[in-house]
Design a protein around this ligand. Structure first.
Ligand SMILES: [Zn+2]
Length: 250
């Protein structure tokens, strides 16, 4: 079976699991089977691809009970033993740069070259967004941070996506994007003690998943714009033809 077929089958199992959950029957076995198909679809990797016993999501780190970090924290919180951990997440990356350039961009008077450079920093033109810089264009971008594991001595490397919008010639953090968040397949948390090459490959795979999402969003928008253009052209041609006919009759 191809990866796409495996994923389609996993989705079908998840839908089935959701349906039996609605009936009050246990759906854990179906969710687990769906997760196993997703592991198979990802293929052999140099980093761990594990299944959380609680939520059946793929993860790179499990507690002694086989549960992902998010669910362990949730359980600790429920049990009232939640300890506030320092937030090690760095501030979202924004476009830094000389103060004057930033000020110019903010005021919308940055040069066309600055604008184009900022655009090309994050867009593959014609692949993940329009060819020319476009005000209001939105992207999801991969971000990572480190935090303490909810149990044991591990430090975790956590991957996530953040929304950005191109405004006044720079990328600014946004609450969300019109295209929504990428579907979650890749594990998003790993022990920081893993070999660097394994972590690097996990990051590359995660980033590729986000890029594929941005590409799909742009392809759909490009098709929509092409449709609008074709309709405009057809209307224009029809008008021309009509004018030509009435000229001939007149
Ligand atoms: Zn979980």
């Amino acid at each position: 079976m191809t990866a796409a077929e495996l994923l389609a089958q996993a989705d079908a199992l998840d839908a089935q699991a959701a349906a039996v959950r609605f009936d009050g029957t246990s759906s854990a076995a179906l969710s687990r089977r769906a997760a196993e198909l997703r592991v198979q679809a990802l293929g052999a990797k140099p980093y761990p691809v594990l299944i959380c016993a609680s939520c059946a999501r793929l993860t790179g780190w499990l507690s002694a009970d086989g549960i992902c970090a998010g669910d362990v924290r949730h359980q600790q919180q429920m049990a009232g033993e939640w300890i506030k951990v320092d937030d090690h997440r760095p501030p979202l990356p924004t476009d830094a740069g000389p103060f004057l350039r930033r000020l110019k961009r903010t005021l919308g008077i940055g040069g066309a070259r600055d604008r184009s450079r900022a655009w090309l920093d994050r867009v593959e033109p014609g692949e993940t967004g329009p060819i020319e810089p476009e005000e209001g264009w939105e992207l999801e971008l991969p971000v990572k941070h480190e935090e303490r594991a909810p149990e044991g001595p591990d430090l975790l490397v956590c991957f996530d996506v953040a929304s950005f919008r191109f405004e006044y010639g720079a990328w600014r953090p946004a609450e969300k994007t019109r295209g929504g968040k990428p579907r979650r397949l890749m594990p998003r948390e790993f022990a920081a003690s893993l070999p660097v090459v394994a972590l690097a490959e996990a990051w590359n795979d995660f980033a590729a998943e986000v890029t594929a999402h941005n590409r799909r969003v742009w392809q759909a928008e490009a098709a929509r714009r092409h449709g609008v253009w074709q309709a405009e052209k057809a209307r224009h041609d029809a008008e021309e033809l009509q004018r030509g006919t009435s000229d001939a009759l007149g």
